[in-house]
Design a protein around this ligand. Sequence first.
Ligand SMILES: Nc1ncnc2c1ncn2[C@@H]1O[C@H](COP(=O)(O)OP(=O)(O)OP(=O)(O)O)[C@@H](O)[C@H]1O
Ligand SMILES: [Mg+2]
Length: 316
Amino acid sequence: MLRLNRVWKTYRVGAFGTRELTAVRDVSLDVAPGEVVSLIGESGSGKTTIGRMVLRLNSVSQGRIEFDGTDVSTLRGRALKSYYRKVQGIFQDPYSSFNPIFKADRVFDMVRRQFFAGTPNATWHGKIEAALADVRLDPAQVLNKYPHQLSGGQLQRMLIARALLLDIKLLIADEIISMLDASTRIDVMNLLADLTSRGVGVLFVTHDLALGNYLSTTTVILRRGVIVEMGATDKVFANPQHPYSTHLLGSVPHLHKKWSQVEAELARHDARLGPCGYHAHMPGRCGMPPHDPDQPMLAEIEPGHVVGCSYDQPLG
Ligand SMILES: Nc1ncnc2c1ncn2[C@@H]1O[C@H](COP(=O)(O)OP(=O)(O)OP(=O)(O)O)[C@@H](O)[C@H]1O
Ligand SMILES: [Mg+2]
């Protein structure tokens, strides 16, 4: 359904846009219907950038993003509208998705105007009620209110309800759980599980390893814009190969380790320069970097489980 094929993103940064920052490098991944793929990585590793490129909020610098075989960068007009009917995103900070001067349910009106212009009022209200019920929101509590009158969790769930009004096939969920309190978290997690059982694919961005482990079928670990390890979640968690993943996932008490701690440990690992999983599994190509730029820097270490090189990741 969704396929990222060797996708790169370079931003122009600096006061005059003279410097380039490569936020995503050579990322390839798939999301199949009904699958949850979690993107895990420290702050700045390119997770949101990937989500934004899928949603066409950022352009792709190199490579292709395909949805059902079509390059999404080519979509225009009707085709683009139909894409947004199927692919929706919800981001970290729900407040940024609402305009404080309008009532929060305006986000539903916008969907109606764009996609359901001919739908009679009664049918439309029924749809909204059903979508709100799906996210365990009481219409009386959330309709006709301004964003500041609602909690972050309520707003987040309204955004999920908005996505449910459309017949989505793919949801980009960027840290949507972190703002929620414990009981709402469980509701939203159940809701995501429910969506996947209806065949919706989810690209689930998270800092929270335990959540990623719990929810996802596939885990993608990103570091500095590069996939360092990817595979079926149970394989990656049970048998992490990249030193970064090993440090992250190596033992349960590490699950809540601070990213800075992981980076520090990794720096110590780099200093020792033991053989990395990638080179160990690429006979004949273990002369150390630089790599052949035409070859993705990922080696398959067991079926459906790939690992990246741990040396060749310059910053910037
Ligand atoms: N619009 C932009 N212009 C320039 N640089 C950007 C832009 N958006 C992101 N970046 C940079 O790209 C890199 C990746 O950012 P991104 O937001 O994708 O990371 P992230 O993994 O989502 O981080 P976080 O966990 O903090 O949300 C960062 O170095 C960031 O500063
Ligand atoms: Mg982000």
